[in-house]
Design a protein around this ligand. Structure first.
Ligand code: ADP
Ligand code: MG
Length: 295
């Protein structure tokens, strides 16, 4: 066996008898820092699921275990929404935790976008509306996701979204703020960067997720992210200054309404940024009533 294959070795059967008694693991669907996600089949029903297998022995400290427990707690708090991933089952041993999720047949929005390069305004509207509905549910529970990006938005068999990866999500009581640096560079909000780079800058809250939605929406429409630069420090400076543009040729054929929504999401000052409820009532999502279309 090649050394590289080592990471794919299935966990010791004794370590998680419960999981293997109920499920038949299949191929790898994706992987993260300390986890591998595999398709699996529930033996009794023949139903397919996605099992996130988290290796606790990989890390010497308690961090991964505690973080996974928090992720499970958040997943249970946000359960029952059509656009949020459903946690079906959990198994725990001393070395592994198995999170069994509903399977998203069409994988990541990220991979879908890589294939199609850009989405039409109409398709972007459907995806963004579902994302804001999911986010309204998350924020309504006082939770901030902190890692919104196309890799963490999955597509089910009908191409409806399922928001996933609540690994960085946090319950944030009203009025409280966070300072921790976490997320993915291209999607980080200016206030999150500011409180990590500048002495005395205030913390951040739920608004960081709306910023990430702006980055996602921009990327869906033109296939490239708004602040990207090959030098990460330049990208970070662009983010903190809110320096992006609609001046490239790809934007010429795009109407003003989606641009207006993006410009209300990519606002440097979090207090002036649109909220998730405001985003849902933006003109971009208003459809003419059927009666009006008939005349
Ligand atoms: P991490 O916290 O390690 O990033 P994720 O929960 O984001 O873990 O899962 C990693 C990847 O595994 C996803 O980006 C996706 O490609 C795949 N994946 C996760 N859950 C599912 C699922 N329910 N259905 C299909 N693929 C999945
Ligand atoms: Mg992820």
């Amino acid at each position: 066996m090649a050394v590289d294959d080592d990471v794919d070795v299935l966990p010791d059967r004794d370590a998680a008898k419960g999981f293997y008694a109920k499920y038949e693991p299949k191929e790898v669907l994706g992987r993260g820092g300390c986890s591998v996600v595999r398709r699996c089949i529930e033996k009794e029903t023949g139903q397919q699921y996605a099992a996130k297998i988290i290796d606790l022995s990989d890390s010497s400290d308690e961090g991964v275990y505690e973080a996974t427990k928090r992720e499970i707690e958040v997943l249970r708090m946000v359960a029952g929404h059509p656009y949020i991933i459903e946690l079906h089952d959990v198994f725990e041993s001393s070395t592994f935790i198995f999170l069994v999720f509903e399977l998203c047949e069409h994988g990541e929005l990220f991979d879908h976008l890589t294939t199609v390069v850009t989405l039409s305004e109409k398709k972007t509207k459907v995806i963004m509306r579902q994302l804001f509905e999911a986010l309204a549910h998350v924020h309504g529970k006082g939770i901030v996701h902190r890692d919104l990006k196309p890799e963490n938005i999955l597509l089910d068999d009908n191409y409806n979204i399922k928001l996933t990866d609540f690994g960085f999500a946090k319950v944030l009581p009203p009025g409280e703020t966070l300072t921790e640096l976490c997320g993915t560079p291209g999607y980080l909000a200016p206030e999150l960067l500011r409180c990590n780079m500048m002495e005395g800058a205030p913390g951040y809250a739920h608004q960081v997720d709306l910023w990430a939605c702006g980055v996602i929406m921009y990327t869906l429409l033109v296939g490239c992210p708004p602040f990207w630069h090959r030098k990460q420090m330049v990208m970070i400076r662009n983010i903190m200054e809110g320096k992006y543009s609609f001046n490239t040729p790809e934007w010429e054929d795009i109407t003003d309404t989606p641009k207006d929504l993006i410009s209300k999401l990519l606002v440097v000052e979090p207090a002036q940024r649109i909220s998730v409820q405001e985003a849902l009532t933006h003109d971009f999502f208003q459809i003419l009533p059927l009666m009006m279309c008939l005349f």
